[in-house]
Design a protein. Structure first.
Length: 71
């Protein structure tokens, strides 16, 4: 499927480049760091399924942080 947005064409793909994978892992770990005390980098596994893609993100954490709800 092609999507046109502001003159750019985006193609559906099944493979992420190493650069994209690195950016994705960085972004995920930034959010994970808000909830967990993380230990190291994330591992990402992307698998094709009949309905699209299955994305599995694994990372090590030492503990879950206490989350304070905004009031």
């Amino acid at each position: 499927m092609k999507i046109r947005s502001n003159g750019l064409v985006s193609l559906d793909r099944e493979i992420m480049t190493e650069t994209e994978r690195g950016l994705f892992k960085r972004d995920v770990m930034k959010v994970a760091g808000e909830y967990f005390e993380t230990d190291g980098e994330a591992d990402v596994d992307i698998t094709k399924t009949p309905n699209g893609l299955s994305v599995c993100v694994l990372f090590k954490a030492r503990r879950i942080k206490k989350i304070w709800s905004p009031q």
